[in-house]
Design a protein around this ligand. Structure first.
Ligand code: HEC
Ligand code: HEC
Length: 250
């Protein structure tokens, strides 16, 4: 059985983060990646670690070992926190995770909280990325994600169907081969944060077609469409029973 031990550094970072609420969002500093509209902006740069990780055969045992450090924030089940501080990663497409991790490590996407724990010196190179992505993709998803207030779901459904299905699918399942994330059953507050950052260009690795699609959304539209999205159900074979615990970390 795999021994579960939090590293002290991670535990300290987590308590600081939880004590400070969402303060980390304000600390994001401009880094190396280019913003939309700047010369040299690319949504999908590829190359480097991403291309390397995409061609490697994943080793799930190593993925489980790498995931230990991640579990301090994303939780042993990969379900994150209902308040959206940490996203659910369970069930996410492996290619999506590979792109996001490689982008975070290459500073194409700002994540100052997680950055020091996701570096090659901490977890290893492209093989570690491929391994942990495959491990997380197989974790069953949270049956009770954080959702919105449920007051405007008919409006949310209409907006979702008109603006999101083209890429994320009718049920929010996304598309592994196209690097479109699975957004069904993701915590509402996390969806709202990422959506706003994508809309404003703050998430610098965002897809420009999605940015264009959502520019006219009002606050009401945003809340409604994301409340609807957080309630989209992943398929039964990807959903954990209530109260499930990850046996790898017991
Ligand atoms: C100290 C806390 C912390 C640790 C440790 C951590 N993360 Fe994160 N992670 C976060 C936070 C916070 C976010 C959301 C950042 C944001 O809002 O953009 C995040 C986001 C992510 C995302 C983006 C998800 C998405 O939906 O786009 C991925 C992928 C990810 N983490 C993977 C990992 C992996 C793999 C590890 C372990 C190697 C790890 N994280 C370790 C805090 C952490
Ligand atoms: C043209 C295709 C496209 C359309 C249309 C689109 N998206 Fe996206 N979306 C993407 C891609 C690609 C990403 C990942 C971007 C990246 O690599 O960082 C993404 C990311 C997201 C994220 C962040 C997910 C995460 O795990 O961090 C959210 C939330 C989201 N989309 C919601 C929506 C909603 C809601 C709509 C409709 C109102 C929508 N998207 C329309 C392609 C699209």
């Amino acid at each position: 059985m795999f021994k579960f031990k939090y590293s002290l550094a991670v535990a300290a970072a987590v308590s600081a983060l939880l004590a400070g609420g969402a303060a980390h969002a304000a600390d994001v500093k401009p880094t190396k990646g280019k913003s939309l509209g700047e010369e040299g902006y690319v949504w999908h740069a590829g190359g480097g670690e991403e291309d390397a990780a995409l061609t490697l055969k994943p080793d799930l045992n190593n993925g489980r070992e790498v995931y230990e450090v991640c579990s301090a924030c994303h939780q042993p089940e990969g379900w994150g926190l209902t308040d959206g501080t940490f996203p659910q990663l369970a069930g996410q497409h492996a290619k999506v995770t590979i792109k996001q991790l490689a982008d975070i490590r290459a500073l194409n996407r700002d994540n100052p909280t997680m950055y020091p724990f996701a570096l090659p010196s901490q977890i290893g190179g492209p093989q570690a990325i491929a391994d942990v992505a495959a491990y997380m993709a197989k974790l069953p998803m949270n049956p009770e994600p954080g959702v919105g207030d449920g007051k405007d779901l008919a409006h949310g459904k209409k907006l979702y169907e008109e603006n999101c299905t083209r890429c994320h699918g009718v049920d929010g399942a996304g598309d592994n081969d196209k690097f479109y994330p699975r957004i069904q059953g993701q915590h509402y507050n996390y969806l709202v944060r990422q959506y706003q950052w994508i809309k404003e260009g703050k998430r610098r690795n965002a897809n420009p077609d999605m940015m264009k699609q959502i520019q006219a959304f009002t606050d009401r539209d945003t809340k409604a469409v994301l409340d609807y999205t957080s309630r989209l159900k992943p398929p039964a074979n990807l959903t954990a029973p209530k109260g499930w615990k990850n046996p790898d970390f017991q």
